[in-house]
Ligand binder design. Structure first.
Ligand code: NAD
Ligand code: DAU
Length: 347
Protein backbone atom coordinates (compact mmCIF):
# COMPACT_ATOMS: atom_id res chain seq x y z
CA UNK A 1 0.00 0.00 0.00
CA UNK A 2 0.96 3.64 -0.45
CA UNK A 3 0.80 6.12 2.41
CA UNK A 4 1.23 9.71 1.24
CA UNK A 5 2.68 12.31 3.61
CA UNK A 6 4.28 9.55 5.69
CA UNK A 7 7.22 11.74 6.69
CA UNK A 8 4.94 14.33 8.32
CA UNK A 9 3.50 14.52 11.82
CA UNK A 10 0.45 12.22 11.61
CA UNK A 11 1.69 10.28 8.57
CA UNK A 12 4.84 9.12 10.39
CA UNK A 13 2.75 7.67 13.23
CA UNK A 14 0.49 5.94 10.69
CA UNK A 15 3.48 4.52 8.77
CA UNK A 16 5.06 3.21 12.00
CA UNK A 17 1.80 1.60 13.13
CA UNK A 18 1.28 -0.14 9.77
CA UNK A 19 4.91 -1.25 9.29
CA UNK A 20 4.97 -2.84 12.76
CA UNK A 21 1.43 -4.23 12.78
CA UNK A 22 1.29 -5.61 9.21
CA UNK A 23 4.69 -7.19 8.49
CA UNK A 24 3.30 -8.96 5.41
CA UNK A 25 2.16 -5.69 3.80
CA UNK A 26 4.67 -3.58 1.93
CA UNK A 27 4.27 0.04 3.04
CA UNK A 28 5.42 2.68 0.54
CA UNK A 29 5.85 6.10 2.12
CA UNK A 30 5.35 8.64 -0.70
CA UNK A 31 6.43 12.12 0.39
CA UNK A 32 7.91 15.25 -1.19
CA UNK A 33 9.77 16.17 2.03
CA UNK A 34 8.60 19.76 2.27
CA UNK A 35 9.64 21.79 5.33
CA UNK A 36 7.09 19.63 7.25
CA UNK A 37 8.39 16.26 6.05
CA UNK A 38 11.20 14.73 8.06
CA UNK A 39 12.65 11.24 7.63
CA UNK A 40 14.12 11.56 11.14
CA UNK A 41 10.57 10.79 12.30
CA UNK A 42 10.98 7.23 11.05
CA UNK A 43 14.52 6.16 11.99
CA UNK A 44 13.22 3.36 14.24
CA UNK A 45 11.46 1.55 11.37
CA UNK A 46 13.15 2.68 8.15
CA UNK A 47 15.29 -0.47 7.86
CA UNK A 48 12.39 -2.88 8.12
CA UNK A 49 12.00 -5.05 5.05
CA UNK A 50 8.34 -4.08 4.50
CA UNK A 51 9.11 -0.32 4.41
CA UNK A 52 10.02 1.70 1.29
CA UNK A 53 10.43 5.45 0.84
CA UNK A 54 9.65 7.21 -2.45
CA UNK A 55 10.42 10.92 -2.70
CA UNK A 56 7.68 12.29 -4.96
CA UNK A 57 5.55 15.39 -5.35
CA UNK A 58 1.82 14.65 -5.65
CA UNK A 59 1.37 17.68 -7.93
CA UNK A 60 3.49 15.85 -10.53
CA UNK A 61 0.91 13.64 -12.31
CA UNK A 62 3.44 11.69 -14.39
CA UNK A 63 5.65 10.86 -11.43
CA UNK A 64 2.64 9.74 -9.36
CA UNK A 65 1.43 7.48 -12.18
CA UNK A 66 4.92 5.94 -12.37
CA UNK A 67 5.03 5.25 -8.62
CA UNK A 68 1.60 3.59 -8.78
CA UNK A 69 2.71 1.43 -11.75
CA UNK A 70 5.91 0.49 -9.94
CA UNK A 71 4.26 -0.74 -6.72
CA UNK A 72 0.69 -1.63 -7.83
CA UNK A 73 -0.85 -0.79 -4.44
CA UNK A 74 -4.16 -2.32 -3.32
CA UNK A 75 -4.62 0.49 -0.83
CA UNK A 76 -3.83 4.20 -0.56
CA UNK A 77 -3.96 6.26 2.62
CA UNK A 78 -3.67 9.89 1.59
CA UNK A 79 -2.31 12.28 4.22
CA UNK A 80 0.06 14.46 2.17
CA UNK A 81 -1.05 18.07 2.40
CA UNK A 82 -0.10 21.60 3.21
CA UNK A 83 -1.54 21.64 6.72
CA UNK A 84 -0.95 24.99 8.45
CA UNK A 85 -3.81 27.54 8.41
CA UNK A 86 -1.50 30.56 8.89
CA UNK A 87 0.62 29.57 5.88
CA UNK A 88 -2.56 29.17 3.79
CA UNK A 89 -3.46 32.77 4.62
CA UNK A 90 -0.13 34.05 3.27
CA UNK A 91 0.20 31.59 0.38
CA UNK A 92 -3.11 30.02 -0.74
CA UNK A 93 -1.89 28.72 -4.13
CA UNK A 94 0.46 26.15 -2.62
CA UNK A 95 -2.56 24.72 -0.78
CA UNK A 96 -4.65 24.52 -3.95
CA UNK A 97 -1.83 22.79 -5.80
CA UNK A 98 -1.00 20.14 -3.19
CA UNK A 99 -4.35 19.63 -1.49
CA UNK A 100 -6.63 19.86 -4.53
CA UNK A 101 -4.56 19.11 -7.66
CA UNK A 102 -2.36 16.62 -5.78
CA UNK A 103 -5.42 14.71 -4.56
CA UNK A 104 -6.87 14.55 -8.08
CA UNK A 105 -3.54 13.21 -9.40
CA UNK A 106 -3.68 10.41 -6.80
CA UNK A 107 -7.33 9.64 -7.61
CA UNK A 108 -6.48 9.45 -11.33
CA UNK A 109 -3.48 7.20 -10.70
CA UNK A 110 -5.55 4.81 -8.54
CA UNK A 111 -8.38 4.79 -11.09
CA UNK A 112 -6.02 4.08 -13.98
CA UNK A 113 -4.18 1.32 -12.10
CA UNK A 114 -7.28 -0.45 -10.77
CA UNK A 115 -9.08 0.00 -14.09
CA UNK A 116 -12.51 -1.04 -12.80
CA UNK A 117 -11.18 -4.05 -10.82
CA UNK A 118 -12.03 -2.71 -7.40
CA UNK A 119 -12.16 -5.97 -5.40
CA UNK A 120 -9.91 -5.59 -2.32
CA UNK A 121 -8.99 -1.99 -3.24
CA UNK A 122 -9.39 1.12 -1.13
CA UNK A 123 -8.52 4.82 -1.44
CA UNK A 124 -8.65 6.44 2.02
CA UNK A 125 -8.63 10.23 2.17
CA UNK A 126 -7.61 11.79 5.51
CA UNK A 127 -9.29 15.13 6.12
CA UNK A 128 -10.08 17.66 8.81
CA UNK A 129 -12.99 18.91 10.92
CA UNK A 130 -12.23 22.43 9.60
CA UNK A 131 -14.28 21.70 6.46
CA UNK A 132 -17.44 22.10 8.57
CA UNK A 133 -16.64 25.71 9.47
CA UNK A 134 -16.94 27.23 12.92
CA UNK A 135 -19.35 26.42 15.78
CA UNK A 136 -20.93 28.74 18.34
CA UNK A 137 -21.03 27.72 22.00
CA UNK A 138 -23.36 24.77 21.39
CA UNK A 139 -23.41 21.72 19.12
CA UNK A 140 -21.00 19.33 17.41
CA UNK A 141 -19.90 18.53 13.87
CA UNK A 142 -21.52 15.31 12.59
CA UNK A 143 -20.79 13.58 9.27
CA UNK A 144 -24.01 15.17 7.99
CA UNK A 145 -23.02 18.74 8.94
CA UNK A 146 -22.95 21.05 5.91
CA UNK A 147 -19.55 22.08 4.57
CA UNK A 148 -18.64 25.71 5.36
CA UNK A 149 -14.84 26.08 5.04
CA UNK A 150 -13.56 29.53 5.95
CA UNK A 151 -9.77 29.54 5.39
CA UNK A 152 -7.82 28.76 2.21
CA UNK A 153 -6.56 25.60 4.00
CA UNK A 154 -10.01 24.32 4.95
CA UNK A 155 -11.44 25.30 1.54
CA UNK A 156 -8.71 23.28 -0.18
CA UNK A 157 -9.39 20.27 2.07
CA UNK A 158 -13.16 20.60 1.49
CA UNK A 159 -12.52 20.68 -2.24
CA UNK A 160 -10.43 17.51 -2.04
CA UNK A 161 -13.14 15.76 0.03
CA UNK A 162 -15.73 16.60 -2.65
CA UNK A 163 -13.47 15.27 -5.39
CA UNK A 164 -12.89 11.98 -3.55
CA UNK A 165 -16.66 11.52 -3.17
CA UNK A 166 -17.18 12.50 -6.81
CA UNK A 167 -14.75 9.77 -7.97
CA UNK A 168 -16.68 7.27 -5.82
CA UNK A 169 -20.06 8.25 -7.25
CA UNK A 170 -18.96 8.79 -10.85
CA UNK A 171 -16.38 6.05 -11.40
CA UNK A 172 -17.18 3.64 -8.55
CA UNK A 173 -13.74 4.16 -6.95
CA UNK A 174 -13.79 2.45 -3.52
CA UNK A 175 -13.14 5.19 -0.98
CA UNK A 176 -13.37 6.04 2.69
CA UNK A 177 -12.89 9.46 4.28
CA UNK A 178 -12.35 10.71 7.81
CA UNK A 179 -12.49 14.20 9.27
CA UNK A 180 -10.47 14.61 12.44
CA UNK A 181 -10.08 17.30 15.09
CA UNK A 182 -6.77 18.85 16.26
CA UNK A 183 -3.98 16.35 16.85
CA UNK A 184 -1.07 16.74 19.28
CA UNK A 185 1.87 14.58 20.33
CA UNK A 186 5.47 13.72 19.37
CA UNK A 187 6.92 14.89 16.02
CA UNK A 188 4.51 17.83 15.67
CA UNK A 189 6.16 20.65 13.71
CA UNK A 190 6.67 23.69 16.00
CA UNK A 191 4.58 26.05 13.86
CA UNK A 192 1.42 24.65 15.52
CA UNK A 193 0.17 25.90 18.89
CA UNK A 194 1.31 23.14 21.28
CA UNK A 195 4.84 22.38 20.00
CA UNK A 196 5.50 26.08 19.31
CA UNK A 197 4.56 26.88 22.91
CA UNK A 198 6.68 24.04 24.32
CA UNK A 199 9.68 25.30 22.34
CA UNK A 200 9.13 28.91 23.43
CA UNK A 201 8.65 27.97 27.09
CA UNK A 202 11.89 25.97 26.99
CA UNK A 203 13.69 29.03 25.62
CA UNK A 204 11.83 31.53 27.87
CA UNK A 205 10.40 33.26 24.78
CA UNK A 206 6.91 34.87 24.61
CA UNK A 207 4.01 32.46 23.94
CA UNK A 208 1.88 34.18 21.26
CA UNK A 209 -1.86 33.72 21.87
CA UNK A 210 -4.08 34.96 19.05
CA UNK A 211 -6.85 37.38 20.06
CA UNK A 212 -8.14 36.70 23.58
CA UNK A 213 -7.33 32.98 23.58
CA UNK A 214 -11.05 32.14 23.72
CA UNK A 215 -11.11 29.97 20.58
CA UNK A 216 -11.91 26.32 21.30
CA UNK A 217 -10.30 23.24 19.78
CA UNK A 218 -11.01 19.52 20.40
CA UNK A 219 -7.64 17.82 20.97
CA UNK A 220 -6.79 14.20 20.16
CA UNK A 221 -3.50 12.38 20.83
CA UNK A 222 -1.88 11.56 17.48
CA UNK A 223 -1.59 7.81 18.18
CA UNK A 224 -5.33 7.65 18.78
CA UNK A 225 -5.81 9.21 15.32
CA UNK A 226 -3.42 6.66 13.80
CA UNK A 227 -5.41 3.83 15.45
CA UNK A 228 -8.63 5.32 14.08
CA UNK A 229 -7.13 5.44 10.57
CA UNK A 230 -6.14 1.77 10.88
CA UNK A 231 -9.70 0.91 11.98
CA UNK A 232 -11.39 2.86 9.18
CA UNK A 233 -8.96 1.61 6.52
CA UNK A 234 -9.58 -2.03 7.41
CA UNK A 235 -13.19 -2.02 8.61
CA UNK A 236 -14.88 1.16 7.36
CA UNK A 237 -17.75 0.84 4.89
CA UNK A 238 -17.13 1.71 1.24
CA UNK A 239 -18.08 5.30 0.39
CA UNK A 240 -18.50 6.32 4.04
CA UNK A 241 -17.12 9.21 6.06
CA UNK A 242 -16.18 8.92 9.75
CA UNK A 243 -15.62 11.84 12.11
CA UNK A 244 -12.73 11.39 14.57
CA UNK A 245 -12.36 13.52 17.70
CA UNK A 246 -11.12 13.57 21.26
CA UNK A 247 -14.30 14.77 22.98
CA UNK A 248 -11.81 17.09 24.64
CA UNK A 249 -12.54 20.79 24.20
CA UNK A 250 -10.18 23.45 25.50
CA UNK A 251 -9.97 27.20 25.03
CA UNK A 252 -6.47 28.08 23.83
CA UNK A 253 -5.74 30.09 26.97
CA UNK A 254 -6.77 27.29 29.37
CA UNK A 255 -4.74 24.79 27.37
CA UNK A 256 -1.64 27.00 27.45
CA UNK A 257 -2.02 27.64 31.21
CA UNK A 258 -2.11 23.87 31.78
CA UNK A 259 0.91 23.38 29.51
CA UNK A 260 2.79 26.11 31.42
CA UNK A 261 2.15 24.31 34.73
CA UNK A 262 3.36 21.00 33.25
CA UNK A 263 6.49 22.64 31.80
CA UNK A 264 7.30 24.47 35.07
CA UNK A 265 7.26 21.18 36.90
CA UNK A 266 9.33 19.34 34.24
CA UNK A 267 11.90 22.15 33.98
CA UNK A 268 12.12 22.55 37.76
CA UNK A 269 10.95 26.16 37.58
CA UNK A 270 8.73 27.75 40.28
CA UNK A 271 5.02 27.41 39.43
CA UNK A 272 3.84 30.49 37.51
CA UNK A 273 7.16 31.12 35.73
CA UNK A 274 6.10 29.98 32.25
CA UNK A 275 2.64 31.58 32.44
CA UNK A 276 4.39 34.95 32.58
CA UNK A 277 5.47 34.34 28.98
CA UNK A 278 1.85 34.37 27.72
CA UNK A 279 1.46 37.28 25.29
CA UNK A 280 -1.79 38.19 23.54
CA UNK A 281 -1.13 39.11 19.90
CA UNK A 282 -3.10 40.17 16.82
CA UNK A 283 -5.74 37.58 15.91
CA UNK A 284 -5.56 35.20 12.95
CA UNK A 285 -7.60 36.53 9.99
CA UNK A 286 -10.98 34.74 9.83
CA UNK A 287 -10.11 32.77 12.99
CA UNK A 288 -12.68 29.96 13.47
CA UNK A 289 -14.14 30.19 16.98
CA UNK A 290 -14.90 26.60 17.93
CA UNK A 291 -14.47 23.06 16.57
CA UNK A 292 -16.04 20.06 18.32
CA UNK A 293 -16.48 16.62 16.83
CA UNK A 294 -19.23 14.06 17.34
CA UNK A 295 -17.38 10.76 16.74
CA UNK A 296 -20.28 8.51 17.79
CA UNK A 297 -20.58 6.90 14.32
CA UNK A 298 -16.98 5.63 14.46
CA UNK A 299 -17.38 4.55 18.09
CA UNK A 300 -20.70 2.77 17.46
CA UNK A 301 -19.93 1.12 14.10
CA UNK A 302 -16.25 0.30 14.43
CA UNK A 303 -15.62 0.28 18.19
CA UNK A 304 -12.87 2.95 18.23
CA UNK A 305 -12.48 5.35 21.14
CA UNK A 306 -9.76 7.74 22.33
CA UNK A 307 -7.43 6.07 24.84
CA UNK A 308 -5.60 8.96 26.56
CA UNK A 309 -6.75 11.65 28.96
CA UNK A 310 -5.53 15.09 27.84
CA UNK A 311 -3.34 15.79 30.89
CA UNK A 312 -1.60 12.45 30.41
CA UNK A 313 -1.14 13.09 26.67
CA UNK A 314 0.26 16.57 27.25
CA UNK A 315 2.72 15.22 29.85
CA UNK A 316 3.89 12.56 27.37
CA UNK A 317 4.22 15.22 24.67
CA UNK A 318 6.26 17.57 26.89
CA UNK A 319 8.49 14.63 27.91
CA UNK A 320 9.05 13.73 24.25
CA UNK A 321 10.13 17.26 23.28
CA UNK A 322 12.46 17.52 26.26
CA UNK A 323 14.02 14.13 25.46
CA UNK A 324 14.38 14.88 21.72
CA UNK A 325 16.42 18.06 21.68
CA UNK A 326 18.31 16.95 18.56
CA UNK A 327 15.06 16.48 16.59
CA UNK A 328 13.82 19.89 17.72
CA UNK A 329 17.09 21.64 16.85
CA UNK A 330 16.98 19.95 13.42
CA UNK A 331 13.55 21.30 12.57
CA UNK A 332 14.04 24.82 13.95
CA UNK A 333 17.30 25.40 12.13
CA UNK A 334 17.25 26.85 8.61
CA UNK A 335 14.03 28.43 7.41
CA UNK A 336 12.11 28.17 10.69
CA UNK A 337 13.53 31.38 12.18
CA UNK A 338 12.67 33.29 8.98
CA UNK A 339 9.12 31.90 9.05
CA UNK A 340 8.78 32.82 12.74
CA UNK A 341 9.92 36.42 12.19
CA UNK A 342 7.58 36.87 9.23
CA UNK A 343 4.61 35.38 11.07
CA UNK A 344 5.03 36.96 14.48
CA UNK A 345 7.10 40.16 14.24
CA UNK A 346 4.15 42.26 13.02
CA UNK A 347 1.55 40.80 15.44
P1 NAD B 1 2.22 17.81 8.16
O1 NAD B 1 2.26 19.18 7.60
O2 NAD B 1 2.94 17.52 9.43
O3 NAD B 1 2.77 16.77 7.09
C1 NAD B 1 2.42 16.83 5.74
C2 NAD B 1 3.31 15.87 4.96
O4 NAD B 1 2.92 15.93 3.59
C3 NAD B 1 4.80 16.23 5.02
O5 NAD B 1 5.57 15.07 5.23
C4 NAD B 1 5.08 16.83 3.65
O6 NAD B 1 6.41 16.65 3.21
C5 NAD B 1 4.09 16.07 2.79
N1 NAD B 1 3.73 16.83 1.56
C6 NAD B 1 3.32 18.13 1.49
N2 NAD B 1 3.15 18.50 0.21
C7 NAD B 1 3.43 17.41 -0.55
C8 NAD B 1 3.41 17.15 -1.93
N3 NAD B 1 3.09 18.11 -2.82
N4 NAD B 1 3.72 15.91 -2.37
C9 NAD B 1 4.06 14.93 -1.49
N5 NAD B 1 4.11 15.12 -0.16
C10 NAD B 1 3.80 16.34 0.31
O7 NAD B 1 0.67 17.44 8.27
P2 NAD B 1 -0.12 16.62 9.39
O8 NAD B 1 -0.46 17.55 10.49
O9 NAD B 1 0.60 15.37 9.68
O10 NAD B 1 -1.46 16.32 8.59
C11 NAD B 1 -1.57 15.16 7.77
C12 NAD B 1 -2.95 15.11 7.16
O11 NAD B 1 -3.93 15.07 8.18
C13 NAD B 1 -3.29 16.34 6.31
O12 NAD B 1 -4.02 15.90 5.19
C14 NAD B 1 -4.15 17.20 7.22
O13 NAD B 1 -5.05 17.96 6.47
C15 NAD B 1 -4.86 16.13 8.03
N6 NAD B 1 -5.28 16.53 9.40
C16 NAD B 1 -4.36 17.09 10.25
C17 NAD B 1 -4.76 17.38 11.56
C18 NAD B 1 -3.79 17.98 12.56
O14 NAD B 1 -4.23 18.36 13.66
N7 NAD B 1 -2.51 18.07 12.28
C19 NAD B 1 -6.08 17.13 11.97
C20 NAD B 1 -6.98 16.59 11.03
C21 NAD B 1 -6.56 16.27 9.76
O1 DAU C 1 -8.87 20.94 13.42
C1 DAU C 1 -7.93 20.21 12.69
C2 DAU C 1 -6.83 21.13 12.21
O2 DAU C 1 -6.05 21.47 13.37
C3 DAU C 1 -5.96 20.53 11.13
O3 DAU C 1 -6.73 20.28 9.98
C4 DAU C 1 -4.80 21.46 10.78
O4 DAU C 1 -3.94 20.83 9.85
C5 DAU C 1 -4.02 21.75 12.06
O5 DAU C 1 -2.98 22.66 11.79
C6 DAU C 1 -4.95 22.32 13.13
O6 DAU C 1 -5.42 23.65 12.77
P1 DAU C 1 -5.50 24.83 13.84
O7 DAU C 1 -5.49 26.11 13.12
O8 DAU C 1 -6.62 24.59 14.80
O9 DAU C 1 -4.11 24.56 14.63
P2 DAU C 1 -3.00 25.58 15.20
O10 DAU C 1 -2.09 24.78 16.07
O11 DAU C 1 -2.41 26.40 14.13
O12 DAU C 1 -3.87 26.54 16.13
C7 DAU C 1 -4.60 26.03 17.24
C8 DAU C 1 -5.30 27.22 17.90
O13 DAU C 1 -4.30 28.05 18.51
C9 DAU C 1 -6.03 28.10 16.93
O14 DAU C 1 -7.20 28.62 17.57
C10 DAU C 1 -5.05 29.26 16.65
C11 DAU C 1 -4.31 29.36 17.96
N1 DAU C 1 -2.89 29.80 17.86
C12 DAU C 1 -2.06 29.15 16.98
C13 DAU C 1 -0.74 29.51 16.86
C14 DAU C 1 0.16 28.82 15.87
C15 DAU C 1 -2.40 30.80 18.69
O15 DAU C 1 -3.15 31.35 19.52
N2 DAU C 1 -1.08 31.14 18.58
C16 DAU C 1 -0.22 30.57 17.69
O16 DAU C 1 0.97 30.96 17.63
Amino acid sequence: MIITGGAGFIGSHVVRLFVNKYPDDRIVNLDKLTYAGNLENLTDIDRKSNYVFEKADITDAGRIRDVFEKYCPDGVIHLAAESHVDRSISNPMEFIMTNVVGTVNLLNAARALWNGNFEGKRFYHVSTDEVYGSLGREGFFAETSPYDPRSPYSASKASSDHLVRAYHHTYGLPVTLSNCSNNYGPNHFPEKLIPLSINNIKNSKPIPIYGKGENVRDWLYVLDHARAIDTVFHNGRNGETYNIGGNNEWTNIDLIRLLCRIMDSKLGRPEGTSAQLITFVKDRAGHDMRYAIDSSKLQRELGWKPSLQFEEGLEKTADWYLANEKWLQGVISGDYEKYYQKQYSSR
